[in-house]
Each structure stands twice: as C-alpha cells, then as structure tokens.
Write a protein of this length. Structure first.
Length: 428
C-alpha cells in the first residue's frame, strides 16, 4: 500500500468517508422513523416503507449490518490515512493522520449525516433501505455469528433478547400525541379525539341531569296539567312517575302520543300504555361503557341510580355525544353553569353548577375528583353547611358565599386569588 499513488489514496479516503456517512445516517434514519406513520405508508404500498419495516422487524440484524460496515470502513480509512500521512510527512504523519481523520470522521462521517437523518428520517431511511437489505444478505453469516455472541452475553446478565418492547400507546400517551399534533390536526378535531379518550375516566354521574332538574310527568297531577306540559315540553322523551321519580313507571316518547294529543284523546291510562320500560344505569358507569350499552339496548335515555336503587338523575345519549363534539344547542339552559360576570371582574355562580362545566367555561382547575357541584365542593371543604358571608380559598380561587338556604349553597362570588394564575384545566 506504501507504493500506491497519493492521489489514489486521497480518492479512496474520500470514498470511505462517504461510506461512513452512509452507515451513520442509515442507523439514525432507520431508528428515528415514526413507527405509526411507517405502518400507514406501508399499507398504502410505499416500497421504501415496506423495506424499512422488514429491516426493523429484526433490529439486532439491522444494527449488526450497519455496525459491521461502519467499523470496517472507519478502520480501513484510518489505515489509509496513516499510510498517506507517512508518505507526505514521514513519522510525524502518524499524529497528523490521527488528529485529522478524527476531525473528518466526526464532521463528515458522524455529526453531519446523523443530524440530517434525525431531521429528515424518511428522506434518508427509505432510499438506504434497498442497499441495507442487500448488505444484510451478503453479511448475514458474519452478522448472525456476532449476534449469537452478543445475545449470549445479554443472557448472562439476565436480559432476554427475544423479548421485544411493545409499540402500543397508553391512553395518556395517545392524549399527548393528539395535543402535539399541532397544525396537522384542527383544534376542533383534537377536541373531539380528546373527548373520546376522556370517556374512560368520566362517569355518568359526572354529566347526568340531577333529579331535582329532571322534567317529567307526575301522574298525580290533573290531566289538564299533564296535557299542557306535554304540549309545551321542549323534550322528546320524558319520564313518567307517581309523585316522586323513584316511583317511575316508564319513559314516554312524544311521537307515541302525538296523535292522542292532536285529537284531545289522551288519558292517564293511554299515557301509561305508550310508555317504554325504564332503563336503569349504575351511577359509576364510565361513559365509554354506557355509550356501548345505549347502542346494544337501542336506548337513548337512562335513569341513573345509586347502590341503594334510589334515582339520582337521568343521562341521555346526547349528553355523552356532547362530551365528544361539544354542545349541540343551548336548548336546555339548566344544564349550563349559571355564571354571571360582574363589573369588578368577579363571577357570581349558581351553587348547583357542575364543577366540570365551570372549569370548561372559565379554564379553571377546580378539583372534580370528589363532589360534582360547586355547592358540594364548598360543603366538603368546610365540613358543614355554611352560612352566607363566609369566604374560603380552594386552590387558586377565592369563594364568597352570597346566599345559603334549604341546606345548600345557592350562589357564590368567585375570583382568582391575587398573585395566582389560572391555567386552562385538562377538562372537556
């Protein structure tokens, strides 16, 4: 090799630097690929993506091929650089070759190609997948032997190389992926996807209409009162009960009694005959489960009961869908928190307002893992039914009880405590 022309050695050294850059960028590009986008592109027939999936299915062989090639190239380049430097500078060329080649390999064989591959993994990985596949076949005997030795050493330290990590994502990881999708996914679609993911951790008692706000037909009322209620109700389905909703008889659909109403032929007996059997739902049922149950049972409304069988309220299919896509309409004003902004920057809020609705409307972070309403939160914090005029602070928020009656808080003045910053809650 000492007799080779310096020009030839320089050209060979440049070629080996390019080969080193190829192996370095291949390693970073292949390992930086987004596995989910890769699978999607492979399903659409992208050849480079299919080859990349095949290579990544055996990462030990892929890394073995790359490392064998890269080390061979770098060692050969080091030898050639030493010979070239000694031809030009004699014994001093050894030190010059060591320093110079180290700098060249770092810049052109490692840092630059790996940075480019990390920034553009698909642009690098797909083209190099073809030569890598060919090299893997050529070097298979050597790579297999080295892999067998390497796997044996891993087993000695208690690591099973046959066990691969899973690529599946948890719910929280999926939630992070959706939030970080940026401009690729419009905000309304992000909100819908997050709403679907949140169905697992929200239960029917979080979104139900409480029993004191349920509009229904009391069979103890006079027939004229019942008819007037049916003619003016904004609801499609109504519970029918005796005196109290705990004595529910069924659910009536307005379509089933429309003809009787139009001909003034409605009686309490015909109303009962038109009722469907009530469908009862346990209070702690996750919304994801209840959505499937509504589908299986062909129902659109359920009566929420506690562990003792007492009715707590009602939940509808529309309630669950609104958790995903947002409010359909403002038809049912009672279900929205009664929030009144004041001139001084404070807010007057109805004590019966749901904490989740307050957080959603104001971007607050009132705790929702216990009581469901503002009244319940204040009562739990004070451990008693408070009187008017009492002030307290929960987290970042100051609360002043304006009115308390009938054993509950009816209205509260609320504001963010001075020096605190409220950040949007992770609520839907």
């Amino acid at each position: 090799m000492e007799n080779l022309h310096p020009g030839f050695l320089v050209g060979l050294l440049v070629f080996l630097l390019l080969c080193s850059a190829f192996f370095s960028s291949s390693e970073t590009g292949m390992l930086s690929l987004n596995r989910y986008r890769l699978r999607h592109q492979a399903k659409e027939g992208h050849r480079g993506a299919k080859r990349a999936i095949d290579l990544l299915s055996r990462p030990d062989r892929l890394l073995g091929t790359i490392l064998v090639g890269n080390n061979f190239v770098n060692i050969l380049a080091s030898s050639i650089a030493t010979v070239l430097a000694m031809q030009l500078w004699g014994e001093a060329g050894i030190a010059i070759a060591t320093i110079g080649l180290t700098i060249l390999l770092l810049i052109f064989g490692e840092i630059t190609p790996k940075t480019l591959a990390a920034l553009r993994p698909e642009a690098i990985a797909y083209p190099v997948s073809l030569p890598l596949s060919l090299l893997q076949k050529v070097l298979y005997p050597l790579v297999a032997m080295l892999g067998w030795i390497s796997n044996g050493m891993l087993r000695l330290i208690g690591v099973d190389p046959s066990k691969k990590g899973t690529d599946s994502l948890s719910t929280e990881e999926l939630r992070s992926v959706v939030r970080e999708s940026g401009s690729d996914l419009p905000m309304n679609r992000q909100s819908m996807l997050l709403g679907i993911l949140d169905l697992e951790r929200v239960t029917v008692d979080d979104i139900m209409i409480p029993r004191n706000e349920v509009a229904g037909i009391d069979l103890e009322d006079d027939l004229e009162v019942i008819v007037g209620q049916l003619r003016t109700t904004p609801h499609t389905r109504l519970p029918v009960f005796h005196k109290d909703i705990n004595q529910i008889e069924g659910i009536v659909h307005m379509r089933q009694i429309a003809r009787l109403l139009s001909h003034d032929q409605l009686t309490k007996e015909s109303l009962l005959q038109a009722c469907n059997e009530p469908y009862f739902v346990p209070e702690n049922t996750p919304l994801s489960t209840q959505l499937l149950n509504f589908q299986k049972q062909k129902r659109r409304i359920g009566i929420v009961v506690d562990e003792y069988g007492d009715v707590l309220g009602i939940v509808t299919l529309e309630d669950i869908l609104e958790e995903i896509v947002g409010e359909f309409s403002n038809q049912d004003a009672l279900r929205s928190p009664d929030i009144h902004p004041q001139d001084d920057g404070t807010l007057v809020i109805d004590g019966a307002a749901y904490l989740r609705e307050i957080n959603r409307a104001l971007g607050w972070q009132l705790p929702c893992d216990g009581p469901k309403t503002l009244n319940g939160l204040i009562t739990e914090a004070l451990e008693q039914i408070p009187d008017s005029g009492i002030c307290l602070q929960i987290g970042l928020y100051r609360l002043e009880i304006l009115q308390a009656a009938d054993n509950r808080v009816k209205s509260v003045r609320a504001w963010v405590a001075e020096g605190s910053q409220a950040t949007p809650a992770d609520e839907r």
